[in-house]
Design a protein around this ligand. Structure first.
Ligand code: FES
Length: 152
């Protein structure tokens, strides 16, 4: 990210080091991950040790030091979704994307993850795509959804 854009984010939070989480989330929303040079800039501007920023960035699952993919797909593999066929959905997505959970496609268009429960068990199996919940998912529906996303 350009330093000017980064400074805009920092100033939005009053350059307050206690607001570091909000700044990191804003950077990630824009960049799809937390680039090293952005964290170095934050460290200088906020007077926070870089090691402290890395501690935060690695502690929270919502933050990532690696590119996340333009489209983020989370397959719920919690118990309720598992018994309703989450594994078959995950297999279909892995096969179609050519990646495993925790990986990103080489064009950075898709990232795939599994989650334990997204709190919508009654709708299971659930797949969350870019923050949007898709319930009663099947491998066939997941395949169609992926085709639509690939066209965009
Ligand atoms: S187990 Fe999947 S939403 Fe709860």
């Amino acid at each position: 990210m350009k330093e000017k854009e980064l400074d805009t984010i920092i100033n939005k939070y009053g350059a307050d080091p206690s607001e570091i989480m909000g700044m990191l989330l804003d950077i990630q929303e824009k960049e799809k991950y937390l680039p090293k040079k952005d964290l170095q800039h934050l460290s200088v501007k906020l007077g926070l040790p870089l090691t402290r920023i890395y501690q935060i960035a690695t502690f929270y699952e919502a933050l990532s030091l690696k590119p996340l993919g333009h489209n983020q797909i989370h397959v719920c593999t919690g118990t309720a979704c598992h018994v309703r066929g989450a594994a078959g959905i995950l297999n279909k997505l892995e096969e179609r994307l050519g990646i495993k959970p925790g990986e990103v496609t080489s064009d950075l268009n898709f990232g795939l993850k599994t989650v334990n429960c997204v709190g919508a068990c009654a709708l299971g199996p659930v797949v969350v795509v870019n923050g949007e919940y898709h319930g009663e998912m099947t491998a066939l529906k997941a395949d169609r959804m992926l085709k639509r996303l690939m066209k965009n």
